[in-house]
Unconditional design. Structure first.
Length: 361
């Protein structure tokens, strides 16, 4: 295996100026310093660096397991390399509701609809996302289906933020540096190997909102990613994963146990929640499954009429309720759930969806 050759390196200053030297350090199960991690992130985005060297580094880093400081350092670099959104003036008051994906549960667009409910109630949402990778319908697929453009045009983004309290940043349009990372990510994906890029997406929102409900693919990463976002200056948020048996979801659900860790002001939270903690009934995992963008929009229309799977409706309201609480719009999550249900079924979300076409974005 190629990684074996890196164990021969010593760590003098000259050698540490290469990605290969950083790989050698990681191969010895030594965490990188912040400066070294930032250098590694920069090397990975460099077109001139060999794809094989990039792969060796990412595999070694995954085997060692990324530290909180390394994850934060990578996120810091890719935030700097992202395009300017022109909307960072809204960062202090805005929230993102987003997940890492990668659970394989074929879930519905829970984060997207929860974010839409929050925006329809008047709280600004700055959402970051991509097309489907492990599901049939990613956030970009769903949001484009309801009429939101996938654009980096600042004028359109500003109009969407003002008219809808909602702005969507399509990841490929805002992270040009990832063009030089995609070949190695593709190789790793074909080999069934994960890397730090499987968890970075939600941490590199180009508008840098200060509040976030973060869904994580594995409960073992809930606390580390919460800590990384706190290190990045996130003011208030929750990092969550739902699990039961072999099933996992990168959001709060009414199906299993919810592993929860607080971010920023909420850092003291490190616990588990269930549906019953919020007066909701436990549901079956099949109730929160999704389909294509068209299928999921039809399901949303049913839920707005008070129909559709109760478990899915409850799960969406749980996530939106938590987002309302993170945004300081309600006194507690139970109150947030009630507010979310009113927006979902009381006509406010339907009116918001209609307004999208009226905005001529």
């Amino acid at each position: 295996m190629r990684l074996d050759r890196f164990l021969l390196y010593s760590f003098n200053d000259e050698i540490m100026d290469t990605l290969s030297a950083l790989t050698a350090k990681v191969c010895k199960s030594i965490d990188l310093t912040i400066e070294e991690a930032e250098s590694a992130a920069t090397y990975l985005a460099d077109e001139s660096v060999d794809v094989g060297d990039k792969k060796d580094f990412l595999v070694a880093l995954s085997v060692k397991r990324e530290s909180v400081a390394e994850v934060a350092a990578f996120a810091r670099i890719y935030r700097k390399l992202s395009l300017d959104t022109g909307l960072e003036k809204y960062a202090e008051s805005a929230i993102d509701v987003v997940g890492t994906g990668g659970t394989g549960c074929q879930g519905y667009n829970i984060s997207s609809v929860s974010a839409m409910i929050v925006a329809a109630a008047g709280t600004r949402v700055l959402k970051h996302g991509n097309r489907a990778i492990t599901s049939k319908c990613g956030s970009a697929d769903f949001l484009s289906q309801i009429g939101l453009p996938l654009t980096s045009d600042k004028a359109i983004l500003q109009k969407a933020s003002e008219e809808l309290n909602f702005c969507f940043f399509f990841a490929p349009a805002f992270h040009p540096a990832f063009k030089y990372i995609m070949p190695v990510r593709k190789q790793l994906a074909e080999e069934g190997k994960r890397s730090i890029f499987n968890i970075l997406g939600p941490l590199i929102n180009p508008a840098k909102p200060k509040k976030q409900l973060l869904g994580v693919f594995s409960n073992s990463w809930v606390k580390p990613l919460a800590d990384a976002l706190t290190e990045l200056g996130m003011v208030r948020g929750l990092s969550v994963n739902s699990y039961s048996g072999d099933m996992r979801a990168d959001e709060l659900t009414t199906c299993g146990v919810n592993r929860v860790a607080g971010i920023g002001e909420l850092s003291s939270i490190n616990t588990e929640w269930t549906a019953q903690d919020f007066g909701l009934k436990e549901s079956n995992w099949d109730e929160i499954r999704g389909g294509t963008a068209e299928d999921n929009l039809k399901l949303l229309e049913e839920m707005m009429l008070g129909k559709g799977p109760q478990g899915l409706s409850d799960t969406i309201c749980l996530n939106a309720g938590a987002a309302f609480w993170i945004a300081n719009d309600v006194k507690d999550i139970r109150s947030g759930i009630a507010k979310a249900r009113s927006v979902l079924c009381g006509g406010a979300l339907s009116a918001w969806l209609k307004h999208i076409s009226e905005c001529n974005l």
